[in-house]
Design a protein around this ligand. Sequence first.
Ligand SMILES: Nc1nc2c(c(=O)[nH]1)N[C@H]1C(S)=C(S)[C@@H](COP(=O)(O)O)O[C@H]1N2
Ligand SMILES: [Mo]
Length: 254
Amino acid sequence: MSDPVTRRRLIKTGLASVAGLAGLVTAERIADRYGLIPPDAFGEYTVGRTLTYAAQRILTAHHSMAREFSRSEVSRVVPVKGQPPKTEDYARLRAGSFAEYRLAVDGLVARPGAFSLEQLKRLPVRSQITHQACEEGWSFIAEWHGIALLDLLNAVGVSERARYMVSRSLDGVWDSLDLADAFHPQTFLSFGMNGAELTPEHGAPLRLRVARQLGYKNLKFLSQITLTDSMKKIGTGKGSYYVVPGGYSWYAGI
Ligand SMILES: Nc1nc2c(c(=O)[nH]1)N[C@H]1C(S)=C(S)[C@@H](COP(=O)(O)O)O[C@H]1N2
Ligand SMILES: [Mo]
């Protein structure tokens, strides 16, 4: 390799010091080679967002786990942000106890499909008691029941070309995760909370639970997941509904 900065050095010193060492342009080129540039890096946000994401990905390369709690620590009050969709479609699904609900799984997968809750529950059902924090400053601990997203992804067979998993919701919100978070063992598709079925307020019939990122990455009322090699042609091309001027960043690691 002719490049003076090797991957080992990148991991040892971190991208921030590489930036100091070799200049930001070189650092950006290296970050891109190792898939360390987030989809919302553009214009004035390129350097800051790339440094944050790359540093996190290098530090957490070995699937670090979010802390899990005991039942006695579960919060008594759980705030809601994002009310259930007010559409006729959602009302109909809800009236039918979500029996007609399907989660579409498509894109770069070997076996795309549309799965009912009953089908999804044939995968191993798991629980976790974790902390979810909203960027607005409130948080709660809850027990989540669901399936590990990685079990579904393995069942449909994700292509080697895939780099991101796009998620879409029945209220029009959409977002994406890189595959490190999509295949993280604590990333769940949850249909239950604190021993009961997930309520519409908390995202029924199915929501994402992403234990290592902020609340807004935990999409509720999930309708579709799509595997893709690039975010450029999806929505705004910036990886998330929330990435707008004055909005949030795509990567919200905690
Ligand atoms: N589809 C959808 N998902 C969403 C939202 C939303 O408005 N729509 N709000 C997000 C935000 S900002 C937070 S903090 C959490 C809140 O989850 P909760 O309402 O279960 O506490 O859901 C996230 N998921
Ligand atoms: Mo939030």
